[in-house]
Design a protein around this ligand. Sequence first.
Ligand code: VGL
Ligand code: ZN
Length: 201
Amino acid sequence: MHPHTHALIVIDMQNDFCPGGALAVAGGDAIVAQINALMADFPVVVLTQDWHPADHSSFAVNHPGAAAFTQIEMPYGPQTLWPAHCLQGTDGAAFHPDLVTTPADLVIRKGMNPAIDSYSAFFENDHTTSTGLAGYLRDRGVTALTFTGLALDYCVAWSAMDAARLGFEVTVIEAACRAIDLDGSLAKAREAMLAAGVRLG
Ligand code: VGL
Ligand code: ZN
């Protein structure tokens, strides 16, 4: 068991990111058993859930004429357009049925504001609007974070880099993650994580 200052953060282990889902990540379901086993080693466990309204601006369908997996400019910077996914309250937004959620201390939802996407568990994509997660972890005396989940090159990477910037000691267990890998996004994310001081374990 890790000390009480170490938390496991499990990112977006939801049906829509697993094979058969709306934004399926190859092998997304293959890491569930590993994550279940990891949870037993951490005194603090946080799960995140991508949780979008139907009119969310990251959905290609809400930009007439635009295709999924292309980029547009938003007031806060470039935004990749995605197939509609993780609609609040739907089965696609639910956790993978084999994920053991009982050990979770906190479930944090993100991506509810239709105007801003939110890859990171800490901030929306404007890098300013907080989800409150950092305050929760600090209040509990947590200083080190280990990340797993989906997708490695988007929500896991953005969360891990924000955590490192916030001063947490950060490890990403790559073997317990899977990536979307859109236009070299995995290589870019790995490089950016290493530059941000994230340990890839
Ligand atoms: C994610 C794209 C859009 C993720 C969420 O969980 O990595 N990726 N929404
Ligand atoms: Zn999303």
